[in-house]
Each structure stands twice: as C-alpha cells, then as structure tokens.
Ligand binder design. Sequence first.
Ligand code: SF4
Length: 343
Amino acid sequence: MKTREMQTTLFYPDEAVFEPEALHYDLGKRLYDEFQARGVTLRTAPSHNRLEVAGEDHCQRFHHAKRMVAVGVKHSLAPQPCRPSADYRLVLNTSCPAKCHYCYLAATLGERTYVRLYVNIDEILQAARKQIKKQAPDVTTFEASSSSDPVAIEHLTGALGQAIEFFGQEPCGRLRVVTKSDHVDSLLAVAHQGHTRFRFSVNTEEIVSRYEEGTASLDRRLAAAVRVHEAGYPLGFIIAPLIIYEGWRLEYAELLDRLAASLPPTAAEDLTFELIMHRFTQRSRRLILERFPGTTLAMDTRDRIHKGFGKYVYEPQKAQELEGVLRSYIYERFPHAQIEYFT
Ligand code: SF4
C-alpha cells in the first residue's frame, strides 16, 4: 500500500526499564508484555529519572540511551508554562528516538536522553482538565511536544490519541502537537473536533539531511501533513531551527515552494507558521560535539550574541534579515497564513 511504503520504520527499543509502580497500570502491563514478546531486554529500577546507561564515554552512552525506554509514573502533574507555543506543557512522554544534532531537549536531558513513557495518562489529563476549568470560559492551550516528539512513539502507548480525544471533548481546551514523524495514520480517525492543531517541523533539504537523523524525510512529512489536513485537523508548520548558511535564501524559498506545491488549496485557509532561529549554549555545544564529532552544525560564539540564560542567537541585524526574508516568502505563497511568532 502506498501509505505504508511512504512511512519510516517504527521505533522499538533494545532495552526497556520498568518502575515497579508502572506495572500497576494497564498501559505498563501492556508495554511489558509487548516488549517481552518482541525480545526486548527487560529490567526494573526504582525510578525512571535516574537510570544508568551503559557505555564507555558520553558518545556511546548517548547512542545507547536512544535505543532505551523507561516506563514509569509521572508524579509532577502541576502544569508548567510553555511560551510562546502554548499556555502550558502536556507531558505524555519525554525524549524521542530521533537524533537531531541541534536538539535542545537532548542537551537539557544530558546523560538521560532515553525515551520515558508515562503510564498514568488519565492522571496527566485530569490535571490538564483542572487547569482548563480554572481558566474557563477562556480557552487554555497545551503543547504536547515540549518534551518529546509524541507521534514518533505513539504506536507504543496510544497516549497522544487519547489526549486528542480528551481535548476534543473540552470546549475550553486546545491541544498543539509538533512532529518530524510521518506515523500519523492511527490519529486520523480520532474525534479531535478541530481542537488539536497539528504542526510539522520542517527545514531546508540541506538541514534535514545533515542534522535530523532518524526522522521522516521532508517528502514524507509533507505527505503526512496532507493526510492530517484531510482528516480535518487544523494544520501548521514550524520552521526550526532557522540557520544562516551559504545559499540559505534560495533553499528556504525552495522549502516554501515545496509546501505550496504539496498542500491542497483548502489547507492554506487556516495555516499557521512558527519561526525559531538556531540557538545553543556552551553546554549544548560541548554535548553536541561529543555526540556527533563530525557535525558541521555551526556553533561559533563569534557569530552570535549572548541572549541571557547562557543562550547564543544570531545578532540583531542577521535575526531581522532572517525574519524579514522568511515572512515575505511565507506571505507570497500563503497570503492568509498566520505567523504566530519569530524567536
Ligand atoms: S525530533 Fe525533536 S525531540 Fe526528537 S531529536 Fe529531533 S528535535 Fe529532538
């Protein structure tokens, strides 16, 4: 079938570590049985937060961790803010199987980049409901992708589908999802009621092929975006990280041309864009160079300004040029699009 041929391989770990408490939940038991049947190495540990990862150096441990999952119970349920993309984070899982060189999340997680699957999804959603009720009749938005790519691991838990359905029933709640995966098909028939905006993270062919290991190709993401639109979801794109390199203007123009050529005209009627320029910290730079010793990702502090909290971004003149060029490219092709922010 064409759709199947177009999809990337589903992720299954080599090793899964279970908190004993997770086995009191149906999802925990189901994951245990499924991993056991697949021959995944299983062990238990008291907490998903502090697992030892095998490997002689950071590079080995990083690549090993990306083949591991931890199955646990999420105890910190108080909603955390998530500006500028939403009011709050909705954390259904942490980390993802892909290896984008620039991933801010992988840098924040340090040695603990293994995928964490939380089994108490009902409790996580009830905490969101409490917050929605508190702010009603105002609409409260939640970001499901602030700590992972939930679509890339949806086949393991079904948690995102459950959350989409939950938000479909919440008159004052809205969900936002971002992905670089094309495994959207299990979500197409979910009763979303238009309450979940599905965004695809895209970039130039050069950046996708050089720095986004283990993600779906651009063509596959765009084909998935069309399926999501046809299923009635509001659609959007995040272009991130925006990187200045030789030929960047032409290649971002080509990216926007590909979007325009791929999407049906109806998609352009309600389309959002979010623009995020590349940033790094001294710590993330060190970790990236250890994990990907041959990376060509530019991280020279002499090209950037220090923005506070250890972050380096393009200096104002370059940032303004990036923003101006991207905005004009988008509006030339999608005059009705909403550019939600540039940061
Ligand atoms: S897909 Fe997203 S979360 Fe996963 S490695 Fe890439 S940037 Fe990080």
